[in-house]
Design a binder for this molecule. Sequence first.
Ligand code: GAP
Length: 469
Amino acid sequence: MNDVVAESNKPLKDLPDMPTLVSLAKRRGFVFQSSEIYGGLNSCWDYGPLGIEVKLAVKQSWWNAMTRLQDDVEGIDASILMHPRVWEASGHVENFNDPLVDCKQCKARHRADHLKPVKELEKKLGFLPKLEEMAEVLAGTACPACGTKGTLTPPRLFNMMFKTHMGPIADDANLVYLRPETAQGIFVNFRNVQESMRRRLPFGIAQIGKSFRNEITPGNFTFRTREFEQMEMQYFVKPGTDTEFFEQWRQKRFEWHTSNGIRKEKLRFHPHGPNELAHYAKQAEDIQYEFPIGWQELEGIHNRTDFDLRRHGEFSGKSLQYVDTADGNNKYIPYVIETAVGCDRAVLTVLCDAFRFNEERVVMQFHPNFAPYKVAVFPLMKKEELVGPAQKLYAELRKHYKTDYDDTGSIGKRYRRQEEIGTPFCVTIDYDGLTDQTVTIRHRDTMAQERISIDKVHAYIQNAFQNWS
Ligand code: GAP
């Protein structure tokens, strides 16, 4: 029998701004500032007990979609430190630069290509102006941070790769880089994977791992950081079929985001114009999400042509040509369609999209796959006769999914906390239930409460998750 008890259900609004999320994330154990007790380290963040659950779920969802459900994609895990020649071949030593200007007055640092006069000139020219041209238009410009005019230095190029040294001697001979993208670990393993797994084209290689970029202007919480995790896949195809596969992957990747419960109207494609293309790309399209800071890139899909494999062939002296036995032993260097999404940015998207609030409550309306706890169990009061059966139910449910147990404070407060951490269901054991073996199950999003039999709780939740919309 259903026993629906209505609570006040005022309309809920979306996340208003990033600081509101930063504050909830800290208060509820999703994300903390790195080294906070030392005043923090700019742009570095730590995932707390609940944040790591969301992050692991995002990775699991991506890994399943890209490898387990994709029988033409293999997974790998390459090392962060690679041979320094990799980054010469990839073009990162030469091209992975941003133009940087400093304000002599307030010492603020800006990316020159993000400043209005440079953007306007770029629009007029149709491509990024040269450094001298940027210097000219920036000469009388006011610093966006302090407003003083004529204090910006001429722009200079700044390579974004982090450098370190391998071994005890810190000299140029031992210079190595922290990888700025995971993709290169895949390119250098193309031959290993193809041969060991007896793959024919087309096939892909997927990887999740850390990347590092010495960004000039990191910020907006975990949106742009200097250490971040990427989830990338390189799909190797016969030249000439690349446009068709680009189309397929761009569609698949969009659908992955919506299948995770991200609202479709908050996602859109953004094709790159010729002056936005990375040094390796022939065609590129971003999937953007409408964050509280506006529409921003969440994922990039690139047609990298044969650029990387060709260059690695040239620089290593090891041919990365593919012999196409289905095409009369024709030899060619495969083209690559790449899908690249930031794991931390995908987590940030899940957090932003889930956030709802009104004057009375904040509720994280996660898709159940991303909710840190799937269910919470409460005895109505901390009395032995209620705690016993509640603990028993908790022990049973935690075999199936991450379950919380809480017997402190009023039931109302316990509900509010579970709403803030996005637990889809709360189950309360009360005195009535002791006589008829029932519990009250409360839905996070509708706040509706139902009385169900205690031995049906698991089946009820499982069914609700399977039919979640
Ligand atoms: N291998 C291609 C590549 O790395 P990208 O567009 O530079 O392409 C891919 O990066 C994705 O990685 C971006 O769409 C974004 O989600 C994430 N990403 C890039 N830089 C980031 C940063 N500084 N902080 C957080 N995420 C970043």
